[in-house]
Design a protein around this ligand. Structure first.
Ligand SMILES: *Cc1c(COP(=O)(O)O)cnc(C)c1O
Length: 224
C-alpha cells in the first residue's frame, strides 16, 4: 500500500496507524495527539507533516529554533507545543515560536511570560505542570500548593489562557495515581484539559481523562 514511500516513512505511517487504531478502540479520536519531535531531524519531522500531523512537541528552545521557523512558514497551521521547562530568560523566543505552553511551573515564569505575550500580541494556551510525585529534581507545582497557584494564574493575564494541567509521573511508580490526582485537581478548578500520557502509558492516561497525549518513541521510534 505504501510501496512508493521511503522505508522509514512507512515505519512512521505504520506506527501512526497503530496509534490511531488504539485511539479508535478507546473512542478517543478527539484526544489531541502531540507528536514529540525533540531530537528528531527535520527530515523525519517532514515525514510526519506529510502524514498530516500538525501538532508537535519540543522541549528545548534552542533546538526548536534550529528546526521550526522554516517549517512553520511552510505549514502555517502547525501548532507547536513547549513540553520542557521554560527558563525565564527565554520567554521572548518561546512566545515567538510556540503556540501552547505545557510547563508553567512558577509565578516568576508567568510574571515574565505574560508581558512578553502582551508585547507580541500573542495569545497562548497554557497548562500548569503539577509535580504530583513531589520529586525534587522535577519541575512543577506541588499538589499542596496547586489550588492557590491555579487560582492566581487563571486571573493573571488575558494573554495566558490556562486551559488545563500537565503531569509527568515518576518513572518508577504506577502512573494511574498521578493521572487520577491531576484530574481531581483540574476538576476542582473547572479546567477541561489534561496533558498526560506518553508512549508507555497513553491508553491508560486516556481512560483516566487525558485530552492531550504527548507521544515520541511510539510514533518516531527510539530517539537518536
Ligand atoms: C520526551 C517527552 C515525551 C515523549 O516521550 P515518549 O516516551 O518518547 O513518548 C512526552 N512528554 C515530555 C514532557 C517529554 O519530555
Amino acid at each position: 500500500m505504501n510501496e512508493h514511500l521511503p522505508p522509514i516513512m512507512t515505519h512512521i505511517a505504520d506506527r501512526l496507524k497503530t496509534i490511531q487504531d488504539t485511539l479508535a478502540t478507546l473512542n478517543a479520536e478527539d484526544v489531541r495527539l502531540i507528536a514529540v519531535s525533540k531530537t528528531q531531524p527535520v527530515s523525519i519531522i517532514q515525514q510526519a507533516l506529510d502524514l498530516g500531523l500538525r501538532h508537535f512537541g519540543e522541549n528545548r528552545i534552542q533546538e526548536s529554533y534550529e528546526k521550526w521557523p522554516n517549517l512553520k512558514d511552510r505549514y502555517p497551521d502547525v501548532k507547536l507545543h513547549l513540553i520542557g521547562h521554560l527558563q525565564s530568560n527565554k520567554v521572548k523566543e518561546a512566545v515567538q515560536l510556540f503556540d501552547v505552553i505545557h510547563t508553567l511551573d512558577s509565578k516568576r515564569l508567568i510574571e515574565k511570560l505574560a508581558p512578553e505575550a502582551a508585547q507580541q500580541h500573542k495569545n497562548l494556551d497554557c497548562f500548569i505542570q503539577i509535580n504530583t510525585g513531589e520529586e525534587p529534581q522535577k519541575s512543577g507545582i506541588l499538589p499542596t500548593e496547586a489550588d492557590e497557584f491555579i487560582e492566581w494564574a487563571k486571573d493573571f493575564s488575558p494573554y495566558l489562557k490556562i486551559i488545563g494541567l500537565m503531569v509527568i509521573p515518576p518513572a518508577q511508580e504506577p502512573p494511574s495515581l498521578h493521572f487520577g490526582l491531576l484530574r481531581t485537581i483540574a476538576q476542582r478548578h473547572n479546567l477541561s484539559c489534561l496533558s498526560m500520557g506518553m508512549s508507555d502509558d497513553y491508553p491508560l492516561a486516556i481512560q483516566l481523562g487525558a485530552t492531550h497525549i504527548r507521544l515520541g518513541t511510539v510514533l518516531f521510534g527510539a530517539r537518536l
